[in-house]
Design a binder for this molecule. Structure first.
Ligand SMILES: Cc1cc2nc3c(=O)[nH]c(=O)nc-3n(C[C@H](O)[C@H](O)[C@H](O)COP(=O)(O)OP(=O)(O)OC[C@H]3O[C@@H](n4cnc5c(N)ncnc54)[C@H](O)[C@@H]3O)c2cc1C
Ligand code: FES
Length: 272
């Protein structure tokens, strides 16, 4: 019987520094017979041997094969060790886990992405899939907020690729925004996009403090709760619905999520 907790060995192929505290890791399985099969919005339990495991979203698009990319913020003990690693180092991967974004419900719609900080990482997977499969969607709009200009992730890709294929507006909480000048929370960008609420699905990911404000503003713009889709973050241990660490009311973020509609989130018994 397959051991749920046994990671597959993978190797860091490339590393790039995205911001002072975020690195992008390109990962390949050590055994070339192992292949990556995943959906945008899913995550891996990533192990650094001797330091434990943490859930990390897949930021590469499933349309681009043979590797996965993980954008990781140096936030604590495991991620600090990961940040010390060099290409060629081995890590463990369990998964992919989670439900992923509901692709079949998004098909044919305009997509409005709202990301905050490192929360752009899981959105990037779907954004690049939507760009690669553009005929399946209408407009692609991306609103992105970071603390400062230096904290903005994927700056080269945003300027060289996304601005050609999508409508992109960025903002920073403080300091100068060298991309397009906006300063203020990501919610201040919402009035800048003119959307047809009947034709639009929104996909939101960011720090927990950002989520309720963005969802509430989207709802006030007239979007149906079922058309507002967000990811939720909870501390996880097992990733496979065994340990009870990630439950919110009756839902388990590792199994039922991390992607939920606003309609589902409103049925949760605790504040998300
Ligand atoms: C589905 C999912 C996807 C994610 N995707 C990404 C991603 O793509 N990139 C990324 O950088 N991060 C991602 N994260 C967050 C990442 O898993 C955490 O930052 C992880 O805790 C880092 O592990 P660590 O050992 O380095 O940090 P830790 O040592 O666990 O510390 C991280 C922070 O959490 C606090 N903390 C630790 N344990 C607890 C606890 N039990 N209760 C409350 N606070 C606690 C610490 O004080 C610290 O501020 C994701 C999380 C989830 C649930
Ligand atoms: S992480 Fe163990 S139940 Fe979800």
């Amino acid at each position: 019987m397959e051991n749920l907790y046994l990671p597959k060995i993978a190797m860091i192929d490339k590393i790039s520094q995205e911001t002072p505290d975020v690195k992008m890791f390109t990962i390949k399985y050590k055994d070339p017979k192992d292949e990556f099969h995943y959906q945008a919005g899913q995550f891996f339990m990533v192990s650094v041997f001797g330091f434990g495991e943490a859930p990390i979203s897949i930021t590469s698009s499933p349309t681009r094969k043979g590797f996965v990319e993980l954008a990781v913020k140096n936030a604590g003990s495991l991620t600090a060790e990961l940040h010390k690693m060099r290409p060629g180092a081995e890590i463990g991967l369990r998964g992919p886990y989670g439900n992923g974004f509901p692709l079949k419900d998004l098909k044919g719609f305009d997509l409005l992405f709202v990301g905050g900080g490192i929360g752009l990482a899981p959105l990037r997977s779907l954004i690049n899939q939507a760009i690669d499969e553009k005929s399946n969607y209408g407009r692609i709009m991306i609103l992105y907020g970071a603390r400062t200009h230096a904290d903005m992730v994927f700056k080269t890709e945003v300027s060289q690729t996304w601005r050609k294929a999508a409508e992109v507006i960025t903002t920073v909480d403080m300091g100068e925004n060298l991309c397009d000048g906006n300063v203020g929370l990501v919610t201040t960008l919402l009035p800048k996009v003119k959307i047809d609420v009947k034709k639009t699905k929104t996909i939101v990911c960011g720090p927990p403090v950002m989520i309720p404000f963005v969802l509430s503003d989207l709802s006030k713009m007239g979007l149906a709760d079922t058309d507002i889709i967000s990811t939720l973050e909870r501390h996880m241990k097992c990733g496979v619905c065994k340990c009870n660490h990630c439950n919110i009311g009756p839902k388990y973020v590792c199994l039922d999520g991390p992607v939920f509609t606003y309609a589902e989130m409103k049925l949760m018994t605790r504040e998300f």
